[in-house]
Design a protein around this ligand. Sequence first.
Ligand code: NAD
Ligand code: GLY
Length: 375
Amino acid sequence: MVALVTIGQLVSFFGFMQTLHVPLGDRSYPIHIGAGLLSRPELILPQLAQKRVMIVTNTTVAPLYLAPLKAMLEAAGVTVAQVVLPDGEAYKTWETLNLIFDALLTERAERKTTLIALGGGVIGDMTGFAAASYQRGVPFIQIPTTLLSQVDSSVGGKTGINHPLGKNMIGAFYQPKVVLADTATLKTLPARELSAGLAEVIKYGLIWDAEFLAWLEANMDRLRALDPAAIAHAIYRSCEIKAQVVGQDEREGGIRAILNLGHTFGHAIETGMGYGNWLHGEAVGAGMVLAAQTSQRMGWISQGDVARTRALIRAAGLPDVAPDLGVDRYLEYMGHDKKVEGGKMRFVLLKRLGEAAITAEVPPEVLIAVLTAPR
Ligand code: NAD
Ligand code: GLY
């Protein structure tokens, strides 16, 4: 651990940090990407409205990164409180959210106290929602420590919790002040979680950028081995695409929905299998295969395109075969999706590899054929 931080500090000393911006008017914010950012107070201090923060993290991430973050902030004169939540998607609930509110009230946190999310997407989504609601809104900062949260969940301001009947059904759009993606933290991430993050990286190639998709096909082994240059490029390009989409459509009135490729199927898998049994990224991986198969049955992409999609998902270490929940349960869970409009399911599909399309016109027989076909 000490060695990792030292290498990270060295890399950051030589200025190996990239920054891009999410363009949202007076709510625009920077995303900093690089190794060793947890030891750089100058990236956080200008964003604090008062020198008081509450770090929200969990029982897995706290022993790894809470002490160095806290020490860095305290050395810069910041008063730091903390709340350590139980770890897991199964805890992305009202009850756990309330633990954050309990801590904020116990510590008498004020309107200008900043919440800092230190962890993966579960911590980021819950902390953001707590920040959106505590005293009707306090500032927050995202320090994502999983690949998935560095390329997706920490950017764009979607926050929230799950309901037993539907994933991420309760929440708010609420943007952070800054995102610090410290790539050194990925070294402690289990391989299964790294693969889950790669699902969202592949998503950006499929929906937006055929060239990036081809780059991913050529570099998947380097990414799985955490090659620093490859990982930095994948995170940067993913955030760049997400920032571009969110900048056009912050509250998902239109184009932002393309970021949900594979998610309608994926959320049904997560809910149907029980939260936490399939990782979000795994469910999205298998869900993107179902979305590709649906696109092929719509006549938009070829069998070869489906095979290419499937091969990349497999190469990332993800399941390419969706579980057999039965058509009725798939349809029931997909019916709770946030993209349902006027009772009609809307799907994100592929017009071609590198271009997504949103449609409410998938004939039921196509959907049933996809869900019942041998996988
Ligand atoms: P996660 O937050 O559950 O983290 C995965 C696991 O890795 C956890 O056990 C966590 O404690 C552990 N962990 C985190 N950082 C680590 C590190 N550096 N070293 C070792 N272990 C570490 O899962 P996730 O994949 O990061 O996020 C999934 C969540 O994100 C889902 O709830 C999903 O709905 C949400 N999400 C939100 C958005 C959004 O736009 N807000 C987008 C995509 C996904
Ligand atoms: N992960 C989908 C979005 O942020 O819109």
